[in-house]
Structures are given as C-alpha cells and as structure tokens.
Design a protein around this ligand. Structure first.
Ligand SMILES: OC[C@H]1O[C@](O)(CO)[C@@H](O)[C@@H]1O
Length: 515
C-alpha cells in the first residue's frame, strides 16, 4: 500500500443509529457555509457591474470603458482598491477566527455559530444601504467577522456530532452549502445586473441578510455537541445529548472515550502554546498546509473573478455572468459526488484524483489562452471553438476541485485534531484559509496582468506539488472514530516518531471517578 495509505486497526464500532436529530443538526450547522459561499460568489459579479463601479470605483470604471479590444486584456481590471473591496472581508474573518476559538471552547459551538449568523446579517444590511466606500468596507468587515466565527465552529461541530462512519459525508455538507451559497449568489447577480436604474448591486449585497438569518435562527434549535458539553463539565447533559443523537440508550463505550479525551484536554492549560509542542507536529502541519494548498489550487481565481475573467477574454457582460453561473452549478454538483464517495473510497483517493484532473485542465487552459492571447493580451475576434474549450476546461477543473480539495480542505483538518487543541487548531486552519483567500483575491488581477497566461502554469505547478505532499504524508482517516485518531499517526511511517503515549495515570485516575 502507498505511503500514508496504511489502514488503521481501530476496533471501535460504537453503537447507534443515524438519527433525524443528527440530520437536522447537520443541515442547520452546515447552512453556516451558505453565508461564506454567498459572499464568495457575490463579489465577483458585483464588481463587474458598471453602476457599482461608477458609484464606488469611478477610476476603474473609466479605465474599463476606455479599454479597446486591441489593448492588453490581461490588465484591464488591475486595481488594488477594487481588490481590497473583495479581500477586506477575509482579513476580518482571519481576526475573528482567533477570537472564535476562545468562544467555541468557553461558551460552546452553538453560541459561536449564532454570533456568526448575526454579525453576517448586520454586515449585509449595511452593505445593502451603503452610501459610500467607508460603509461598504465596514459592512464587509462585519461580514468577515461573521464568516470567521462560522468557519471556526461549524466544521468542528459537524465532525463531533456525526456518527464516525458518516463523518466524511456529513462534514462535507459544510462545503456543499458553501457551493450552494456561491450558486445562489451568481444566480442573483445574473438577474440583478439587468435591473433598470443600476440598483441591482444593492439587492445582491443586501440579499446576504437571508442566509445570515437562516443560519442564526436555525442555530436556536440546535443543542451543543457532547464534546463541547463535556469540555464545560456538563457530564449529564453530554451523555443525554449523546443518547439523543445516537438514538439508543446505551452509549457507554463512546461516552467513555469522549470523557477520556475531554479529561486529557483539560490538562492542557494553554492550547495555543501546546499546539507548538513536538507531539502535535503532524496535526499542526496539516492545520496549516491543507488550507494553504486548498487555496494554491487556484480555485478562487474562478470563484471571485469568473465574470471578470470571462470578460477579459472577450465574452460579453451577459455571457460572462452566465458562464460564472454554469461553473457554480458544476461546483455544487461535483461536491455531491464527494459526499457520496468520501466514506467509501477515502480521503486520499479523492485528493489525488482531483489533483490529476485539475492539472490536466490547467494545462489545456494554458495552451488555449496562450495560443489566442499570446503575451500581448490582444486576441482580436474570439472564435466560438475557443470559448467552448475554455469554458469546458474550466468546468472540468472546477469539478476536480469540488470533489477533492474543496470539501476535504475542511473535513481533514477538523477530524484530525484531538479535543485539547481542536478549537485552536481549527482557528489556525480558518486563519490560513482566510490569509490565502485574501492573498489570492488581492494579487490575482496583478498576477494576471504580469504573468499573463503563465498564471495558469503557476497554479498547475502548485497542484503537482500539493498532490505529492498528499501522496507521501497524508494518512487515511476514513472510518476512524475521531477520538481514536491517534492511531493513524502511530501507524504512519513518517509521523509515528512524533507520537507520545498519552495514557497518563492522572487521566486514568480522573476517568474512573467520572464513569
Ligand atoms: O467552492 C469553492 C470555494 O470553496 C472554498 O475553497 C472553501 O472551501 C473557497 O475558498 C472557494 O471559494
């Protein structure tokens, strides 16, 4: 078997049913992804709407209308203030994900999720009524705070309440709702762009209040995860909750393991300091590299800038938004493939297949764009066959991402952290994701302008590198209960040297008192 594909010899098989309570909790919690997705999808379309540019970014607008078809198309959207509009949100999300770690640990996952929904809804209202650039940026900062809270707490919550056999599929509902958010946003942009009087962008931006409220109100009906209740010393409540979500009375075996992990977690005074210790090196490596690599696939270039990119390639306004719509439908549908297969074929298989698919498409896009635009960026008239190749290659690329790095980018980190560092590690994952989402959003238009078609070569090289990393170093976590995850590191040829036997007598002693 390939390095890292070592089967884990966990003999645990906790009893329990797949209950409606779990399904409901997963649907509501996963709707936290809607707010993130909505925002990811809305900004690209809004920044390609002329009335929006005229009002807030008149310089960009003037530059855009003065560009002739014979000019360098790679550079016509290169404006750092405009990209700051898109990316300011991710900086705010980065900051709030750090604070969110304390709240998820101290007050629980549910409260953190509710904060997220509320802040997001406020941000949306301010953006919808924005009268000047300041209001616009302030609204986006609030949206960012909301997203930071949601992204920090939702994946953890999902992984904690899911029965371990379905953890992959249920956790992926988060990414599924991100893609639905992107799709809804693109659909809305498609229609609001046509609204007379140029106020469509207000509906697009203000419409974010809907997913924000859905998430906030839905969370009212959730109970916290047993792990989170134990973390706050609510033993009886935790056991009761576990019985309800598993649909059986005797949950002793699973509860014993949860309580054991929770007691071990309480010995850790400072998770932020502890996470740096050698024994957590494998987890820390993946907490940082998985979200970083997810962004280095280049996916967000298409998510944020699909309309801009299509426009740069000479597609008309309408055609650009339409192509963005098509790509987001592909994104959602391919995520379903992942949900259906992840617990059967495992994480590694999907990562590697997705990587291969993305690489091939990036090569096709590079060749076709280079052959038509060259390095001068003036394409002349674009033939239909060219547009077709680019759109198909983009769709196949997006499908490759959507069943691999998209959902796995959240699933894998959230399931490999032991409870004592789970909140802190998840904050790191969200923060890295946000930093690089920000970086890609901020530098993309400049990269396109300078690297031209080489931009796609850059991302293709990244995809090769990150696939090798997965092949060599990621252990398979399919079917391993979350509290048994230590075994996968122990059985891995490289990571085993970092594993320390945790069963200290202190923990065991405390445990006997609880159970
Ligand atoms: O579906 C695509 C979206 O998914 C994410 O990678 C989050 O998991 C975003 O960064 C991207 O815009």
């Amino acid at each position: 078997m390939a390095v890292g594909g070592i089967p884990c010899d966990s003999r645990k098989n906790y009893a329990g049913k797949f209950t409606c309570k779990v399904i409901f909790a997963c649907v509501v919690a996963a709707s936290g992804g809607l707010i993130f997705g909505y925002d990811l999808g809305i900004s690209g379309g809004v920044t390609s709407m002329d009335p929006f540019l005229q009002k807030f970014f008149p310089k960009v607008y003037r530059k855009e209308i003065s560009v002739q078809p014979s000019d360098d198309q790679y550079c016509k959207f290169d404006n750092q203030i405009l990209t700051l509009f898109t990316s300011s949100l991710y900086l705010a999300a980065l900051l709030s994900s750090m604070t969110a770690s304390r709240i998820t640990r101290g007050l629980g996952r549910k409260v953190t999720m509710m904060f997220g929904g509320l802040l997001f809804a406020f941000g949306a209202i301010i953006n919808g009524f924005a009268a000047n650039l300041l209001m616009l940026i302030f609204g986006r900062v609030l949206l960012g705070f909301g997203i930071g809270f949601a992204n920090q707490s939702v994946p953890i919550y999902l992984s904690e309440i899911a029965p371990f056999k379905y953890r992959g599929a249920l956790n992926m509902m988060f990414q599924m709702s991100i893609t639905i958010g992107i799709l809804v946003a693109n659909l809305l942009n498609y229609f609001t762009a046509k609204i007379e009087g140029g106020r469509g962008w207000r509906i697009s931006l203000g419409g974010a209040v809907v997913p924000g409220l859905i998430f906030f109100l839905g969370c009212f009906f959730l109970s916290d995860s047993p792990n989170s209740l134990l973390e706050r010393n609510k033993y009886e409540e935790a056991k009761d909750m576990l019985r309800r979500i598993r649909g059986i009375y005797n949950v002793d075996e699973e509860f014993k393991d949860l309580a054991k992990a929770s007691e071990a977690a309480k010995l850790v005074q400072s998770p932020w300091r502890d996470i740096l210790s050698r024994k957590y090196r494998p987890q820390l490596t993946f907490a940082i590299l998985i979200p970083l690599f997810q962004q280095l696939t280049g996916m967000n270039v298409f998510v944020f800038y699909a309309p801009v990119l299509f426009k740069s390639m000479g597609f008309g306004n309408n055609a650009s938004l339409m192509s963005a719509l098509i790509t987001s439908i592909v994104n959602s549908c391919a995520t379903l493939v992942s949900i259906a297969t992840v617990d059967k074929y495992g994480r590694r298989t999907l990562f590697l297949l997705g990587g291969l698919q993305m690489f091939v498409c990036q090569a096709v896009m590079t060749i076709s764009i280079a052959s038509k635009f060259g390095s001068s960026g003036s394409p002349g008239q674009l033939p239909l066959w060219f547009s077709a190749i680019v759109v198909v290659a983009m769709c196949v690329y997006i499908a490759g991402f959507a069943y691999s790095w998209g959902p796995l980018g959240w699933l894998v980190p959230s399931e490999i952290f032991p409870l004592e560092i789970r909140s802190a590690a998840q904050s790191i994952t969200v923060a890295v994701n946000m930093i690089f989402t920000f970086a890609i959003a901020q530098v993309f238009t400049a990269m396109l302008c300078n690297l031209k078609f080489g931009l796609f070569i850059f991302f293709a090289i990244c995809v090769v590198g990150l696939s090798i990393f997965i092949y060599k170093l990621l252990p398979e976590t399919k079917g391993v209960p979350i509290e048994e995850m230590a075994l996968v590191w122990k059985n891995h040829p490289y990571w085993t040297k970092f594993v320390v036997d945790k069963s200290s007598s202190l923990v065991m002693g405390k445990l006997e008192l609880i159970i």
